[in-house]
Write a protein of this length. Structure first.
Length: 568
């Protein structure tokens, strides 16, 4: 049973749950709380290496053009389009495109998150971490407690915001330490925007326009600084995760966005100002309004106040912040039972951000799970235990290689195709040529709307062309992305021949009673076992030897029949 829900979406339930919340608040009152790499190119592999090498912001040296004035756009901004209007064509370009998104996010959403201060010192023991910072002629400090798992170490660690995050027992059982971080010591809630308090604001001023989420993320970065300096005898410097729920889920997400040393980010039920797309929150029934999230606490930067009534004016949205975490580990957990939490908009952010992961060749490094039975806010959930263990083993302990999984509840299933008018490029592994070539043809795979409770993981990069090449104007091949009892998800790749095409039609016949329930990236017609899918308006043009994709949910057993492709 769901209790009442307060202004940040936290349910207040009687009995044991209330006691747990009171205990966590009591814990808060106790105050518990670089090496450079070559920057010429950054493929997915070198971006991962950046985190391992201790690089907080790997694109800090990128020249970012003037951000200009934002223009209204009701759709999600194209994460692959640079400020100058050109689309990136290679993985190496993502490093500087990421820096552009970072600057936009700071200016319009969070406020500036400063880099490493002039002096950061501290200690790491088996029970705690101290952090002392000096900059701008000012000093501040804070601390966090450490709870080690069994074994001799050194250990990876997960920074847990405010006592609410992923299950700490599972974290420790998976071989990682728990660092309990009180973000209020760095940025205190309950303060006016012109009188912010905490360690961050002691350094940068109480009237700083930076919101609490970026300030809290700054605190996480300074903890990582101290771990790096400690020599790694207790905690590993290259294996840090972060998690939090509700307002702390907002914080954990922001920390993962802004520090590339964080190997695994795990926000839970973060709601407005967290993972959910800002444009979607404004339209999702029952979700916390942006004006409410902005005024409840100074979580967001002061500049965001101009956009609470018109998020379509923002030149950036949270799907791009999801993309900023790529290719590092990301496990988003959401609650579809409490409307205030905006889980539908969260699913769209995850699906759109997953397109960045796919383009970087890291589609298996993002997971999303909202298919939960219980509606209690910030509960420890059995559904999340196994994927939590798998993510910790893969990204922190580095002893596993489980693929990412998407499980989107049918209660709050977003439809990505309604939110984007851009396609996902096939990024090359090489630097772009001096003379920009046309963007490679796209490979969109929007989210199914109303998908079954077991929603499959995002598909990887488009499959290669069939052996022997394409005969005729185009060809099409089908593959099974995922399956479950009574249903499955498929993907069809449409590939142009030696000449570009403007419009395509795919036809096939089901072999044994399969039925399509949804299609995205295409328009379906036909009846019975005969299926016809034509292109959408935005993905009909395919360059010579290029490809695009569409996806579908089907009932019955999985099958991959032969497909004919025609083009007018």
């Amino acid at each position: 049973m769901i209790g009442t829900v307060d202004s940040d979406g936290r349910s207040r339930t009687p009995g044991v749950r209330r006691a747990l919340v009171i205990g966590a608040v009591a814990a808060l009152s106790l105050g518990l709380a670089t090496t450079e790499i070559p920057r010429a190119e950054a493929t997915a592999a070198t971006l991962v290496a950046a985190a391992a090498a201790g690089v907080e912001d790997e694109g800090a040296d990128c020249p970012v053009p003037d951000l200009g004035s934002p223009a209204s756009n009701s759709r999600l901004p194209d994460p692959f389009k640079k400020i100058n209007g050109q689309r990136i064509t290679s993985k190496s370009e993502w490093r500087c495109r990421r820096e552009e998104i970072k600057k936009l996010a700071e200016r319009y959403v969070y406020g500036e998150k400063p880099g490493k201060p002039a002096s950061v010192t501290g200690t790491v023991s088996r029970t705690g971490i101290t952090v002392n910072v000096s900059a701008n002629g000012r000093s501040a400090g804070f601390s966090a407690s450490v709870d080690l798992p069994s074994g001799t170490g050194p250990f990876p660690a997960v920074i847990v915001y405010g006592g609410f995050g992923a299950d700490t027992a599972t974290i420790k059982a998976s071989g990682a330490a728990v660092i309990s971080y009180d973000p209020f010591t760095v940025g205190k809630e309950g303060t006016a925007r012109n009188n912010k308090q905490g360690a961050f604001y002691s350094i940068y001023g109480s009237s700083s326009s930076t919101g609490l989420l970026a300030a809290w993320a700054w605190g996480v970065s300074r903890i990582i600084d101290v771990i790096e300096q400690s020599g790694g005898s207790i905690l590993k410097a290259d294996a840090t995760g972060v998690t939090g729920c509700s307002r702390y889920g907002k914080g954990a997400f922001t920390a993962g966005v802004f520090d590339q040393r964080i190997a695994l980010t795990m926000p839970i039920e973060s709601g407005s100002a967290g993972v959910p797309i800002l444009r979607g929150v404004a339209q999702e029934s029952g979700a916390q309004p942006l004006s409410s999230a902005y005024s409840e606490q100074p979580w967001l930067g002061d500049a965001f106040g101009s956009f609470t009534g018109n998020p379509s004016q923002l030149p950036v949205d949270t799907h791009e912040m999801v993309g900023m975490i790529a290719p590092r580990g990301l496990f988003i957990m959401e609650n579809p039972h409490v409307d205030w939490l905006g889980a539908q908009s969260g699913s769209v952010a995850a699906l759109a951000g997953a397109e960045v992961y796919k383009a970087l060749g890291a589609g298996d490094d993002i997971s999303y799970w909202s298919d939960v039975q219980d509606g209690t806010h910030c509960a420890t959930r059995s559904e999340w235990r196994t994927p939590l263990q798998q993510n910790i083993q893969k990204f922190l302990v580095k002893s596993g290689n489980a693929a990412g999984v998407f499980r989107i509840s049918s209660r709050k299933s977003g439809n990505l195709s309604q939110w984007r008018d851009w396609t996902t490029p096939v990024l090359t592994d090489n630097s772009p040529s001096p003379s920009p070539s046309p963007s490679p043809s796209p490979s969109p795979s929007p989210s199914p709307s109303g998908s079954p409770n077991t929603s499959p993981s995002p598909s990887p990069s488009p499959s290669p062309s069939p052996s022997g090449g394409v005969t005729g104007p185009c060809s099409a091949t089908m593959r099974v992305v995922n399956s479950w009892s009574g249903g499955w998800q498929g993907e069809v790749t449409v590939r142009a021949g030696t000449s570009s095409i403007n419009g395509w039609t795919a036809n096939w016949t089901w072999p044994s009673g399969q039925t399509i329930t949804q299609v995205w990236g295409g328009v379906r017609s036909g009846s019975g076992s005969a299926v016809t899918v034509r292109n959408e308006a935005w993905n009909g043009s395919v360059a010579a030897n290029g490809s695009t994709t569409f996806g579908f949910i089907a009932g019955g057993s999985s099958a991959t029949p032969a497909i004919t492709c025609t083009s007018p």
